[in-house]
Each structure stands twice: as C-alpha cells, then as structure tokens.
Design a protein around this ligand. Sequence first.
Ligand code: 13P
Length: 257
Amino acid sequence: MNRKYRKTIIAGNWKMHKTPSEAKVFAEQLKSSLPRAKRCSIVLCVPYVDIPVAVKLLKDSRIAVGAQNLHWEEAGPFTGEISAAMLADLDVKYVIIGHSERRNLFFESDLTVNKKVHAALKAGLHPIICVGEDQDQRELGVTLELIAYQIKTALAGVSPEDMRHIVIAYEPIWAIGTGNTATPEQAGQVCSAIRGVLRKLYGARIARSTTIQYGGSMNEKNAADLLAQEDVDGGLIGSASLNPETFLQIIQAANQD
Ligand code: 13P
C-alpha cells in the first residue's frame, strides 16, 4: 500500500452466494462492528438481487455497494442482462469487470471487457477491472506480457481524466478459490508491473494514483503480508468476504501502517 498517493480498497466479491435475507443479516453485522479507523475504503460486490437490500442497509455507512458484471449496451433485446444505468439508478458505485470466472465460464473477451469499462464509466460507476494469468501461462513465463495485453485492451479509449475512476485487480487464476495464495513477492511483482504498464499508457502521476488490488485466496491470515507490498493497494476477496468476521479482520489489516 502507499496511502500517500492512492486509496486502499478492500472489496468483497460474493460471487453467487447469499440470498437477499442473508445479505441483510450480513450487512447489519458488518455495519455494527466496523472499526473506527477509516484508512481504507470498503466495497461489497453482491449478486444483483441483493443490491437493493445492501444499498438500503449500508446507506449511511462508509461501505459502498458494487455489482459483479453489467452489459455494455444501454438497453435492448438482451434477455437476462443488466445495464450500467440500471446499476447507477440503484446507487451502485463499483462494478467488477472481466473476472476470470466471467471470461472462462461465460466466454467474455478482452473486447467485451473494454466495452463494459466504457459503459460503466459513462454511467458514473467505478470499474474494477480483473486481469490475471492461469497456471500454464505462469509456467510458460508469459504472465507479464499477458497482463500488459489485458490492461491495454481493457483501457483502450479510456481518457486520462477517467482513470481516476478505475481500479485494477490482479487475480492470478491459479490462486482463485484454491487456497494457493500468490506469495507477497509474486503479488507485488505483478502489481508493480501493472503500474509500469499504466505509466507507459498514462504517465507517472496517473500510474502512481491508481489503486491496484490483489485477489486470489486473500484471507485474514495473509492479508497483512500481501498489503505490505508497496504496489498492492487492497484486496478483492472471495470466500473470506462471505463471513463478516473474516472480512472485518482483513479490513483491520488494511487499516494498519
Ligand atoms: P477467493 O478469495 O475465494 O480465492 O476469490 C477471489 C476472487 O475471485 C475475487 O474476485
């Protein structure tokens, strides 16, 4: 983390977990036990159907609500899809774009990621853009090239002014849901390389002020070590965000120096 230049953001990604009733219980618990320290921003990316209850309960707290996906068109014949304007109208602030589960299970491409980033920005949402390599790509030694490509395509056409709304999440696919966290050094190295790509695209000032999260089996035990890396500005947390106690412990870790 480097709080001097950029926000530290701890975001939960619930994926397809929790009904609206369960979300209500969680939000009440989390809100009532939040630490006083406000050194990190907190986001909860919940399933679409949980958004209204989460927004209502967290309204006067400092926890922002996020979605996990959106469609790039403003409206139209896209059965089952949700637009950026629909999310913004519900007071959603963040949206995860290009999660590896969406890329792999729902065939999202770098091109659609880019379209979604533009749609989110147009509606005033903060995109959390996910990038990351799989095990084979890591072993082949192409991680940094792959990530540079993913970042460049995701951000194609994004103006320097809009970069202050962008969050990048480095999520190595081999670490997601596996319990195999990247070591702090591995996470730090890739997040620093991402900042290098941003520097080339947008210059030093914008690169320095962009939040880059790590995601992939981050939990209450390893969060402090991962966040101690200069270029790791927070976490995108799956399983450990489903329990208010473990999620709070990660928030506590992000509040430390
Ligand atoms: P886990 O923390 O469960 O590995 O999930 C990480 C993730 O995919 C967050 O988006």
